[in-house]
Design a protein around this ligand. Structure first.
Ligand code: PHB
Length: 404
């Protein structure tokens, strides 16, 4: 017998010890699993809000945050029994800081859900981080087509629109109005480029022609040279995508340049939504297409508008609706899995099967997780984006490149 080998008795003792510690380990692991599952179902729900608090889109960020919080407040501060706890990051609408910013929420704060953001370039970085980490992401505005296209994922949802959608709807409207030659003008980044692309797809399909595509870098507002070029080109009309503070200045500069009277200005509805106080008479009469309007007058919309105005002493806009609906979609998914976010497939199936009772009107969610919704034709009358018709019924983004 070699001295290094244990005796039979020693072997038995080792086997017993191993058996006991294995059982202890198993029991400990089971207890831990139970407590994790319990925490998953009943612990606080950590929600990371990544929105712009500064810059040209700051007011959009506020409206989204207010909308989301209104929904949570109406649920008594809890979703599926889990108390909501907020973590916040100002993304400044700056794509170069986006990966660092989203990782503050994912890695530092260890959030369960991220809600954000406004800017398409920032949202792309967020979608990548969400895809890589598996963190649940609700996009309450940014329209980047890729988020519900090639970047689509079971844990990524959008409560707003794809950039293609309002562009396409406005293209349909402008073709029907009989315009033949149009100039487009926008910021040179994903939202501007993709809005124009959607617009062109619909407008050119009906025989219209885009004679010039003008742009300037985001978030620049030095429009003068481009307005001079529009005046010289004399198109039948102009299609534009601008939003937030930049849209306020564009509408004012367009009128000041004397173009409002001669060349009709159209745009996706972000041009005037939430901006009418600041744009004043310069916005009067402008036609836009969007998935929300101020005068829908449905019971659902009235209840939403009253609750929002009472809570925040502000009038709601499309961004507030999108924030609220991000909350509703999260609520639908989380209730379906009784608060257990590890049940990702069931969560997604519930959201995909839902009819979401929104202030904008009922909408559904496509297989790529983007809203399928009506687009309204609106016209500015006083301080309201009034509905004057339907631009496009149940418009679905084509979801090009999404494989799930
Ligand atoms: C975007 O960057 O996707 C974006 C920003 C503001 C809007 C709409 C889209 O109003």
């Amino acid at each position: 017998m070699k001295p290094s080998q244990p005796t039979n008795t020693a072997n038995t003792r080792i086997a017993r010890t191993v058996g006991v510690s294995f059982k202890v380990a198993l029991l400990t692991a089971t207890a831990m699993a139970v407590s994790v599952a319990t925490a998953q179902n009943t612990g606080k729900l950590k929600v990371g809000l990544m929105l712009p608090a500064t810059g040209t889109f700051a007011s959009l960020g506020t409206a989204i945050e207010n909308g989301f919080k209104l929904y949570v407040q109406q649920q008594g501060g809890k979703i599926a029994g889990r108390e909501v706890e907020y973590f916040k990051v100002d993304d400044e609408s700056d794509p170069s800081k986006a990966t660092d910013n989203v990782n503050k929420l994912i890695k530092r704060d260890n959030v369960d859900v991220i809600v954000g953001t406004v800017h398409s370039g920032v949202a792309m970085a967020m979608a990548k981080a969400a895809k890589d980490s598996g963190t649940l992401l609700f996009v309450p505005n940014a329209g980047a087509d890729a988020v519900t296209g090639p970047m689509c994922a079971p844990n990524i949802f959008r409560s707003s629109f794809s950039n293609w959608q309002p562009g396409y709807a406005t293209g349909e409207v402008m073709a029907k109005k009989g315009f033949k030659k149009v100039v487009t003008i926008t910021w040179k980044y994903a939202a501007g480029d993709e809005s124009v692309k959607g617009f062109k797809e619909a407008f050119e399909k009906s025989g219209g022609q885009v004679v010039k595509e003008l742009s300037l870098p985001f978030p620049n507002v030095e429009f003068q040279a481009l307005l001079t070029e529009i005046a010289a080109t004399k198109p039948d009309a102009v299609f534009t995508f601008f939003a937030g503070g930049g849209a306020v200045k564009f509408v004012k500069d367009y009128a000041a340049a004397g173009l409002k009277k001669t060349i009709p200005l159209y745009g996706s509805g972000f041009l005037t939504d939430g901006n009418l106080e600041a744009q004043g008479a310069d916005a009067e009469g402008i036609f836009t297409a969007l998935h929300y309007a101020d005068s829908l007058e449905t019971k659902r919309d009235k209840a939403f508008r009253t609750a929002y105005a009472t809570t925040f002493k502000l009038q709601p806009d499309v961004y507030a609706v999108q924030g609220y609906d991000a909350g509703q979609m999260l609520g639908i998914g989380l209730n379906a899995v009784k608060g257990d976010l590890s049940k990702k497939a069931e969560f997604a199936a519930a959201v995909r099967a839902a009819k979401i009772d929104s202030a904008r009107g009922t909408f559904t969610v496509s297989n790529a997780h983007n809203p399928v919704q009506d687009f309204y034709l609106r016209q500015v009358v006083g301080k309201e984006n009034k509905v004057v018709g339907i631009a496009s019924k149940a418009l679905a983004d084509p979801g090009r490149g999404c494989k799930m």
